[in-house]
Design a protein around this ligand. Structure first.
Ligand SMILES: *Cc1c(COP(=O)(O)O)cnc(C)c1O
Length: 386
């Protein structure tokens, strides 16, 4: 099916891109093609659909939708965000080298250090706030640079256009994990990246009810390579999960407007609060990279990290809140709190964690789309108990 919505604005494409009424009945919603295989009309002929690991119409609609939102040509969906990132690394071979931001999602660091490095792929961890650190880490065999901006959980930024230039000059591709920003706020392919990766578990799904990942690219042969890797290794999402993502992105624009507004309000409240030592939020003028944030992002999302005076204060606050629920994950409509050092980033080696500032006094908040006055009252009463 041709994507007839490519010329429309973002808020229209979230709803329509990649989807057309189902041809048999006119069903306005993309059906969930819950089938593992497709009947072949005669020997040696098929309908274009043979086996669900390779083709599924619900998945394809979701991939077209995501590709449109990220200004790419192809989306390739996976069973999780980590499976998507893994597939991008599997475009490399033993003997190749990857330069990666050190402050990524903890599971990404674990996969690089403990799984993919065993296959003869080498990883160098750098602080990509300074793009010169990327340049300095590049080697003759570097084929991939991996960034997360804003990073999880410290909200560090990397200049994507500068990183793309450095990666390409060294013969490497650039991957950006855009999970925190979402394409509503930041579109890395437009800034020169080669792959955008998402954990669709987070903002794209948006309702804490599905696990998934996607890669979006703007290069046909790269897309073909990734589809071949996925077909050969198997980490595909089921049709119901793809349908949940399609339903999720329909409200991406309206959700992100509210996440951005609530994130900003919560960050400003916390910055002024005497019990809060430090706030990490790219939308605050006090963020050391606020100028870069406002040049490469159009909004700052709902992720806010704060430092308190002690681990005991952290325990009081995360256990004392009623609306912000203590949980791993982020990006849902409901607000959540998380202590990265003990939860999402426990798998990052302790010395690297501490050197970066992921201490036991750090809380990561995923600010949801509830009434912002209730969120602030919830934070205020929990902080008062410190
Ligand atoms: C959650 C997350 C991942 C991993 O995604 P899964 O869907 O849990 O596999 C990767 N990157 C970021 C930034 C994340 O927040």
């Amino acid at each position: 099916m041709a994507d007839t919505t490519r010329e429309h604005r973002f808020g229209t494409r979230v709803i329509h891109a990649g989807q057309a009424p189902e041809p048999v009945t006119g069903a306005i919603m993309t059906p969930i093609f819950q089938t593992s295989t497709y009947v072949q009309p005669e020997l040696g002929k098929n309908t274009g659909y043979e086996y669900a690991r390779v083709q599924n119409p619900t998945r394809e609609a979701w991939e077209r939708n995501a590709a449109s939102l990220e200004s790419g040509t192809d989306g390739i969906a996976f069973s999780s965000g980590l499976a998507a990132i893994e597939a991008a690394v599997l475009t490399l071979s033993a003997g190749h080298h990857v330069v990666t931001e050190e402050n990524t999602y903890g599971g990404t660091t674990r996969m690089f250090n403990h799984v993919l490095s065993r296959l003869g792929i080498e990883f160098t961890f750098i602080d990509s706030r300074d793009p010169e650190q990327i340049r300095a880490a590049m080697r003759d065999n570097t084929r991939l640079v991996h960034l997360e901006t804003p990073s999880n959980p410290l909200m560090r930024l990397c200049d994507v256009a500068a990183a793309a230039e450095i990666a390409h000059a060294g013969g490497a591709r650039l991957m950006v994990d855009n999970t925190f920003a979402t394409p509503y706020n930041q579109r890395p392919l437009e800034l020169g990246a080669d792959f955008v990766a998402h954990s669709t578990t987070k903002y794209l799904g948006g309702h804490s009810d599905v696990l998934g990942g996607i890669l979006v690219v703007a290069d046909e042969s790269l897309a073909e390579d990734i589809r071949f890797i996925r077909k050969s290794t198997g980490p595909v999402p089921g049709p119901m999960d793809c349908w949940l993502c399609l339903r999720g992105t329909k409200t991406l624009e309206v959700r992100m407007e509210r996440h951005n507004a609530n994130g900003q309000r919560v960050a400003e409240f916390l910055e002024a609060h005497p019990k809060v030592t430090r706030v990490h939020y790219p939308g605050l003028p006090s963020h050391p990279q606020h100028a870069l944030a406002s040049s490469q992002m159009s909004g700052y999302s709902g992720m806010v990290s704060i430092e308190l005076e002690s681990p005991a204060a952290v325990k009081t606050v995360v256990e004392g809140m009623d609306i912000f629920l203590l949980a791993e994950s982020l990006g849902g409509v409901e607000s959540m709190s998380n202590v990265p050092s003990l939860m999402t980033h426990a798998s990052v080696p302790q010395d690297r964690r501490e050197a970066m500032g992921i201490t036991d006094s750090l809380i990561r908040l995923s600010v949801g789309i509830e009434d912002p006055d209730d969120l602030i009252e919830d934070l205020a009463q929990a902080l008062d108990a410190v």
